[in-house]
Structures are given as structure tokens and as C-alpha cells.
Design a protein around this ligand. Sequence first.
Ligand SMILES: NC(=O)c1ccc[n+]([C@@H]2O[C@H](COP(=O)([O-])OP(=O)(O)OC[C@H]3O[C@@H](n4cnc5c(N)ncnc54)[C@H](OP(=O)(O)O)[C@@H]3O)[C@@H](O)[C@H]2O)c1
Length: 334
Amino acid sequence: MKAIQMNTTGGPEVLQLVDVPDPQPGPGEVLVRVEAAGVNFMDLMRRKGMPFDIPTPLPFVLGAEVAGTVVAVGSEVRTFAVGDRVFGQAGTLAGGGWAELVTANAANLFPIPPGMTAERAAGLTIVGVTAAILLIEAAKVGEGETVFVPAAAGGLGGYAVQIAKALGATVIAGASTEQKRRIALELGADAATDYRGEGWPSKVRDLTSGRGVDVALDPVGPQHLSQTISILAPFGRLISYGSLAGYEGTVDRAALSSVLYNPAPAQSLIGFNVTHWLTQRPEASFAAAGRLFTWLAEGKVSGPTITSLPLADAAKALSLLEEGRNIGKVVLIP
Ligand SMILES: NC(=O)c1ccc[n+]([C@@H]2O[C@H](COP(=O)([O-])OP(=O)(O)OC[C@H]3O[C@@H](n4cnc5c(N)ncnc54)[C@H](OP(=O)(O)O)[C@@H]3O)[C@@H](O)[C@H]2O)c1
């Protein structure tokens, strides 16, 4: 079968289209013929050799999430049969999905809901389910609250805008270009602003008549954290869930002081990791995922735009994310 394999870590050139033996499902696993595979930041971190909490033994086929059809079933699998259409996490190490065939633990798969395309399903787990758990469980967004969603024209941001709206919140979207801000408004955001330029926090505060937001998301990392703290309303929650600009930089002491000591307005800084939630709090996590699937079925959430590229263009697809040029969710089609 064809697969995108890397023999070493590095730049886009390490991703090579190669022929490898077909994988075989082990106990508890199914073999999936991939119809679409998601492209995620975790693939980028692994391609670059950045610290990552799941091992990446070389040679490695990237691709943490897929959608497709079950073509073989290993022993001990009761939940799926040949011919079922499924989506979810690929491989035992959240990899192997950028290929024509992949094995997956049956426990990590869901049936593709009727009417949903493979492209939509392939990009649903890592950004969609994450956004649902993050907003519903970690941030506990309530009706009438205001939520700040940066990178709102991207994958996770696109879902976050619509999930926050479904929860009854007002959404202020952050996006770096005029085109991306328009997309965020089309997704349902109530207002959109640049969040990368000088003085962006004061624009967000102005949009809340100076009060600040109840929930602020931060995928950018230490470089942005101090500024994001400054847009929190009393009792506000800041959820940090990514480090798009790297781990360099520290939180400004004055910013931390304003949360903890003076005036200490009962705000919270919350770290977020979806794997921890799914493994340590599965009931709450699957309940949040279930609410997202219901909203998708009802049309209350439609999800971000999908950009589909052929499997052979995997390196280019990952570079779109690396350079922040993607619109919505990027998926690969074998
Ligand atoms: N903690 C978890 O469990 C978890 C799970 C899934 C994803 N994530 C994280 O969520 C974040 C978003 O993931 P995604 O797949 O949905 O990506 P995405 O939002 O579709 O794409 C990234 C967007 O981030 C913005 N951005 C800001 N600073 C950037 C920079 N220095 N380099 C590149 N892009 C930058 C860009 O939008 P603008 O041009 O509008 O700024 C870009 O389009 C990532 O940090 C990812 O690691 C975390």
C-alpha cells in the first residue's frame, strides 16, 4: 500500500510517499481502508522531532485520525464488522493514518453518522471533540457568557466558535487576516478582531464594554499568555491548549500578580490536554463528544470549512498548518 513515511525528523522533505506492506489487525483492532485522514499540529510536532507525549519510532507513518471502511477485523472485536464506516484515532501510537490502510483499536473508533462525509468525519476527533470537551467540561461555558476564540478560522477554532454559540455564549473571534475574520463571522461569531497585532487585548476589552471575557482560549503559548490574562473578566477562565508560537517566553510577573494577588478577581488559568481528559475522565469527555455529534446531526454545528488534498501532497498540507495558511480543517485523500 501507499503511505507517507518519515525515516528521520526534520522539514517537509522528510515526508516521502512510499510502498509499505499492508498492516494486519491485532487483537482488539480493525483494519480500515482510509477514505480521508486528518492533518494536525501533533503531526507537525512529530515531523519536527519536538517533545511529544507519545513515542514516534522511526520509520514512522504520520496521521493520527482517519475515516474509512472496516475491511478486516482482529480477534476480540465485537463492536465493528467488515463494511462498517468508522472514524477516530488511528494506530496504537496515534499514527499510520496517512496511508491507504491503517489498523486502529476498535475502542478508539466511532460509527460515521448517516449523512456525514468521510472528509468531515476524518477531521472531527482531534479538533472537534477537543473543542467540545474544552468548552463544555474544562471551561464550563454558560449561557450568556462571552468567549474569546483565537485562530477562529482554523480547525479547532472553527468548531469552538460554533460550540460556544450552541452553548448560548457570545463569541469574539480572533483571526489574523480580513479573509479569516470574515470566515469567523460566517461561522457565527458575533465579532471578529485581529489578535496578533499590537494592542489587540484593548480591542477585545472594548468589544465587551471594558468588562473582559468570561472564557479566553489560548493556543499560541507563553508569548500570548500575559496578554490573554489581561482580557479576563472577574471569575474568567483562561484555557491554554497549544503552543503555536513555541514554548519560548515567560508569563509577565505583573500579569500573574493581577490574577493571584492584586486585585485577585477569582480568575483561573487552566491547562488542557485532550488525551488526559479522554483517559482520566472518559464519561465527561464522551458526554461532551456526544453533545457535539447531536449538534452536528441537528445542523446546529456545521464545523469549519474542509480543505482536501491528495495523500501525495501530505508535506504541502502540513506546511499549510506550519505557516498558518490553512483555512479550516485540512484532510488528505488517499
Ligand atoms: N491540548 C490539546 O489537547 C489539543 C488538541 C488538539 C489541538 N490542539 C492545539 O490546538 C491548536 C490549533 O490546532 P488546529 O489543528 O485547529 O490548527 P488551526 O487553528 O487550524 O491552524 C493554526 C492557526 O493558528 C493561528 N496561528 C497563530 N499563531 C501561529 C503560529 N505561530 N504559527 C502557525 N499558526 C499560528 C493561525 O491562524 P491566524 O492566522 O488566524 O492566527 C493558523 O491558521 C494547535 O496549537 C494544536 O496543537 C491542542
